[in-house]
Every structure is written in structure tokens, then in C-alpha cells.
Design a protein around this ligand. Structure first.
Ligand SMILES: *Cc1c(COP(=O)(O)O)cnc(C)c1O
Length: 336
């Protein structure tokens, strides 16, 4: 197969329009058969529920070329079930989970020329999403929906090594108790934009949110979960208002089963973050971004950056994804 003539190593994290995308529409109570299309633009009513009331949710995963030349993606079944949870919380019809995985596979296969080669550091980012598409002016769920999957090649997250990030404890909140923090809703991102722009203006890479009820324990950042390491123990916050990161869940398994680490999933209090030696942000985009500093209103907590623990976790998980290390049963979906 001919790959596109792209300088893979210098791609950023930007939308690049690729050849094909998958579309299925929900109307009269049922999803249609769905198909691949080359049409990248969407036309809909000015009063579409997504435009007026933000009825939309999304997913993000990656396809890679493995060491032996296969195109694969990582645990798409977990994205399918998470999107089903998001849809239920937003009163949207669930796109069947088996069809979700099939749509991801078909879309990646139809854009195989856009999958970056092994060793380039680049990957193919896959974005499934759905939205209420018919005109709704009184506040209620839409009756028509569109589910779509597009792909876009993205560059190596760390160019020239993983530079530790500097994050601040945020004064604004991300998720309310019993709110929507645990689902991947566009609305959670819309309301984080003010704060992330402000963080960047103040010289921080990310905002770390604390629980909004008591403001005593750590939750996550706007788009990544948090892990901490002390000695041989991996600690990650447990809370009902955190988005269940597939990367974080996979890292916990890797820590326990591949690296013989102790794993603790529990509330992590602000008052104890100084006890940890390493800290990192985890999500599909970067796998793990090491944290250098957490700034809690002028009190600076410093961590090892890409320390031994984070490095081992990173190397093992990316090794599994790229086919260098044997994966647990069911983690790798071979596309081609
Ligand atoms: C998507 C997302 C993550 C990361 O989840 P992954 O499944 O690991 O990509 C973490 N936090 C938030 C708020 C997210 O939206």
C-alpha cells in the first residue's frame, strides 16, 4: 500500500481532512445502515439541538502501524461502551456498540494510506461523535441524530523528548457532583475553554481540577486523568465525577500485571500530593505526560518528570500498542 506523502514526524495535533468518513443517521426511532462518504461537511437546521443546547458527545482513540506492519487500534470496545454511557446521560439513542467498533474499523481501513508508518511517532487519531440534528427550540432531546467517525493523522506528542508539564490547581470547577463529569460530553469542554486559555496566559500547561463539593481532593485535568507514583505504588484518584480514561484503566492493569506494582484507586487529597515522587497526566493523545510541577496557589510541588516509574509505564503500554510487547487478550483490534 502507498502511504500519503506526508512529513509524519512534523505533523502537529491539527485536523487534516482525510478521504473517507462513516455516517449513520437516526430517524423515526432507528439508525439507518450507515455508509462511508467523502463528504466532510454537514448541513443541518440552524435550530439543530446540538447548536442550541449542545446535545453532543464524542470519543477519541488511535490507530497505529505495528512493528510487523499491521494496522491496529487499541481497545475500541471500551470507547463504544463509554459512548453508550455518554449517550444515555444526554438522552441520545445509543449507537450499537458492535456497530461502533465496525464503523471505526471501516473508517480506518478506508483511510489506510493516512495511517502513519511504524517508527514515525505519528498515529491516526480516530474521532467518533454524535449529535442531535433536528430543529429543537423548546428544551427537549432531539428526535434525529447523526453518528459520525472521521480520522486525522497526528504527529508525535513529544517532539524531542517528553518535556514535563507545569499545572495549576484550578479555582474554577469542571464537574459538579451528580453532573456530567463522568461522560464525554462536548459541554464539559465548552465550559473549560475559558480556564485553559487563562491557564496558558498565566504560563501553565493545564488546570488540575479538585472536587467541587469539598475542594479537598484531586480529580483530573480538562482532558486527562492523573496518576501519582510513590516507591512501587501507583495511585490514581477515584471519584464519580472523573471521566473514566481508557489509558488510565490500561495503565493500572499494566502496573499490576506487567510491572508488579501496587495499585491504589482511591480519593487523593490535596494535602498529600507532596508525598508523591512522580506524577503524570494520562489520555489517548499523549499516553502519559509527566508532570514537573503542580502549583497550588503559590505552593509548588515538584516531581521527577519522566522518572523511572512513568518511563516504565509509558514504555510498556506503548510497547503493547505498537506490537512489541504481547497484549492482554482483546486489547488490540487488528484492522489490516
Ligand atoms: C477523553 C478524556 C480523558 C482521557 O481518556 P482516554 O480514554 O484515556 O483517552 C480524560 N479526561 C477527560 C475529561 C476526557 O474527556
Amino acid at each position: 500500500m502507498e502511504r500519503k506523502n506526508i512529513d509524519w514526524g512534523n505533523l502537529g495535533f491539527n485536523y487534516v481532512q482525510t478521504d473517507m468518513r462513516y455516517v449513520s443517521n437516526f430517524k423515526n426511532g432507528a439508525w439507518d445502515d450507515g455508509c462511508l462518504t467523502d463528504q466532510a461537511n454537514i448541513t443541518m437546521s440552524e435550530c439543530a439541538c446540538v447548536l442550541q443546547y449542545a446535545q453532543t458527545c464524542f470519543e477519541g482513540l488511535k490507530a497505529y502501524t505495528t512493528e510487523n506492519g499491521h494496522i491496529v487500534c487499541f481497545r475500541p470496545d471500551l470507547n463504544a461502551s463509554r459512548m453508550a454511557d455518554s449517550a444515555r446521560r444526554l438522552k441520545m439513542p445509543v449507537f450499537p456498540e458492535d456497530r461502533f467498533v465496525e464503523a471505526v474499523v471501516e473508517t480506518v481501513r478506508a483511510n489506510a494510506q493516512w495511517v502513519p508508518p511504524y517508527g514515525s511517532g505519528a498515529t491516526l487519531y480516530v474521532r467518533p461523535f454524535m449529535f442531535g440534528s433536528d430543529a429543537i427550540i423548546g428544551v427537549k432531546p432531539a428526535t434525529e441524530y447523526q453518528f459520525r467517525v472521521f480520522v486525522t493523522p497526528v504527529g508525535p506528542y513529544f517532539k524531542g523528548g517528553a518535556k514535563p508539564v507545569t499545572v495549576r490547581i484550578s479555582d474554577l470547577d469542571r464537574a459538579a457532583p451528580r453532573g456530567t463529569g463522568h461522560v464525554k460530553a462536548g459541554l464539559n469542554y465548552a465550559m473549560s475553554l475559558y480556564n485553559i486559555v487563562d491557564a496558558h496566559e498565566q504560563g501553565y500547561d493545564e488546570n488540575v481540577y479538585v472536587d467541587s463539593a469539598t475542594r479537598t481532593h484531586i480529580e483530573e485535568t480538562g482532558g486527562a486523568n492523573i496518576i501519582f507514583i510513590k516507591g512501587n505504588t501507583l495511585v490514581t484518584p477515584k471519584s464519580d465525577t472523573i471521566l473514566p480514561s481508557i489509558t488510565r484503566r490500561s495503565l493500572l492493569y499494566v502496573a499490576k500485571e506487567y510491572l508488579n506494582m501496587e495499585v491504589e484507586e482511591r480519593p487523593v487529597f490535596l494535602s498529600e500530593i507532596g508525598d508523591f515522587e512522580e506524577a503524570g497526566l494520562c489520555g489517548t493523545a499523549a499516553v502519559i505526560s509527566p508532570i514537573g510541577t503542580i502549583d497550588d496557589h503559590g505552593t509548588l510541588y515538584r516531581y521527577a518528570g519522566m522518572g523511572d516509574g512513568i518511563q516504565k509505564l509509558y514504555d510498556t503500554l506503548t510497547g503493547i500498542q505498537m506490537g512489541r510487547i504481547e497484549a492482554p487478550e482483546g486489547w488490540i483490534k487488528v484492522i489490516e
